[in-house]
Design a protein around this ligand. Structure first.
Ligand code: SF4
Length: 182
């Protein structure tokens, strides 16, 4: 069975890839315009390329980076709530993944967003299932949070860049700026 697995970054790919590639023929999909600013995007992309080469993974890249559009939508939603902004961010990436999986006749798609305990797990699952139904491709769900500690360990041992915040400039501000002025 062939799976197209969206990967948000190299550290989050490690443990899910290790476990799921024992059962499935995995191709990894890169599409993450939520990573800002652009130099951070390049840094995570470089780490991702380095690691996927190291493990000899098959990868499909979508380098599109619609910054103005992304920030325009995210800023409107952010004013209402962070959850709405994250829903948009998840849906954007999962929709691209589902379309690509359908186009290339994969059996299902999935995402490493299911790994981190600080992500909105149930929302990701619900959005992905809805997108899967609308695009006509199955979403593979597994609660990958059970592999989070192992993934952290693997990333440390691999010496791969590990980012300090989720991705967008809003999450960067939450992580560094607000924290420091309190
Ligand atoms: S906090 Fe993370 S999931 Fe939420 S919008 Fe920002 S990058 Fe996306």
């Amino acid at each position: 069975m062939r799976m197209l697995m969206h990967a948000c970054c190299a550290p989050c790919l490690m443990a899910p890839y290790k476990h799921l590639s024992e059962k499935y023929d995995i191709t990894v999909f890169w599409y993450n315009p939520n990573i800002q600013p652009y130099r951070e995007y390049l840094r995570r992309l470089k780490a991702f390329k380095e690691y996927t080469k190291r493990i000899n993974a098959k990868v499909i890249y979508d380098y599109s980076y619609p910054l103005e559009e992304w920030l325009y939508k995210a800023s409107i939603l952010s004013k209402k709530s962070n959850v709405l902004r994250c829903k948009y961010c998840y849906a954007d990436r999962l929709y691209k993944t589902a379309l690509k999986a359908k186009e290339l006749n994969f059996d299902f798609f999935s995402t490493t967003l299911l790994l981190a305990p600080y992500q909105k797990h149930e929302i990701i699952k619900e959005i992905a299932e809805r997108i899967g139904k609308s695009v006509g491709i199955k979403f593979y769900y597994e609660d990958m949070r059970k592999w989070f500690d192992e993934g952290e360990r693997m990333a440390r041992e691999a010496g791969i860049y590990r980012q300090g915040y989720c991705g967008c400039i809003y999450s960067e501000a939450d992580r560094y700026w607000r924290e420091k002025i309190e």
